[in-house]
Write a protein that binds this ligand. Sequence first.
Ligand code: SAH
Ligand code: DHB
Ligand code: MG
Length: 263
Amino acid sequence: MRLATEVGPGRRAGAPLGMPDPGGPEEVPAADAGPEEGMADRIDAGLLERVDRYVEELLVPADAALDEGLREAAAAGLPDIAVSPNQGKLLHLLARLVRPTRILEVGTLGGYSTAWLARALEPGGRLVTLELEPHHAAVARRNLARAGLDGRVEVRVGPAVATLRAMAAAGEGPFDVVFIDADKQTYPEYLDLALALSRPGAVILADNVIRGGRVLDASSRDPQVQGVRRFNARLAAHPRLDSIILPILRDQLDGVSISLVRA
Ligand code: SAH
Ligand code: DHB
Ligand code: MG
């Protein structure tokens, strides 16, 4: 847990979360106190973590195949950057709301989020997931087979922009759900290609759009932060998208964007 910054309820300005706080703790304006009177007026990282664990224990039962997949991915040397169990369940439920028969994922890793999403497919539905690294794809294929999902999921290896362009050119799709979770610099292009491959009413989701609060820093020279900032701005401005960003607790504060594609 790297969340160092305390978050006050009702806070609307001040140091970005996860950023060094130049001025020390801010005062919560008294006008915000009303309905929250009697509640703890500071939320610390330990509390956020306990709440996340509470939700997981209550609503996200351990799953042998998925948990084994995470162990296999770690044993194979893959980085520990899959979505959390709670976020996996969130993606699964958001996907199920649109009763999907076609799901597209950009960024497979060991197939953990893939499995959560594939389990949201209607009978006969299919998921295509795109991965640059052949080793990641191989681990994912094994994990998806162990989870009984290999008949429903296709892992395609290569740089995702090229794969997505080829899919659009071949008239593949349209997809009901798209989950973007590959290299962050390229998120803006992934959004355009996802839209080109989506049907009206589709849901486009993206991971890591808060990045410990570093997205609040307009002058960041981190190309991943800049890619996500451009992605978020594009979501906000896009005439075919209605969007929100949901903060999510990971090993740091992060966020998932949720966009509905208009007709
Ligand atoms: N969705 C996964 C995590 C994905 S991590 C989960 O939550 O379980 C990001 C993945 O994107 C990594 O496996 C990385 O190899 C892949 N990636 C990075 N750049 C890529 C690119 N240009 N095209 C396709 N995949 C890419
Ligand atoms: C990174 C990538 C991810 O998709 C993620 O969820 C966390 C971290 C990364 O590249 O560092
Ligand atoms: Mg991610």
